[in-house]
Write a protein of this length. Structure first.
Length: 88
């Protein structure tokens, strides 16, 4: 079963307490998709945090994926990530 967008937001806040975070549930765009059929969600997240300074895009995304690794793929099927620094 997919988490709510608020549950995902709270999880990300635990891992990135200084970040400005938005979570958008895009699951309704994927009705009939294999991941949606299993009940897992599709989300778009934006995180703005100084922790991303000096990190490559791949490393930034890895940090976000690591924060929800135990929810993938059974609760979160797809995650679109924007991870930026405050100066961006």
């Amino acid at each position: 079963m997919k988490p709510t967008a608020d549950a995902l937001l709270q999880r990300l806040k635990q891992h990135f307490p200084d970040a400005h975070i938005t979570v958008h549930d895009d699951s309704h765009h994927h009705i009939g998709h294999a991941g949606a059929a299993g009940g897992a969600g599709h989300y778009a997240v934006t995180l703005v945090s100084p922790v991303f300074a000096g990190l490559s895009t791949v490393r930034r995304h890895r940090l976000v994926y690591d924060a929800v690794a135990d929810w993938m793929p059974h609760r979160v099927h797809a995650l679109s990530i924007r991870a930026e620094t405050p100066s961006h």
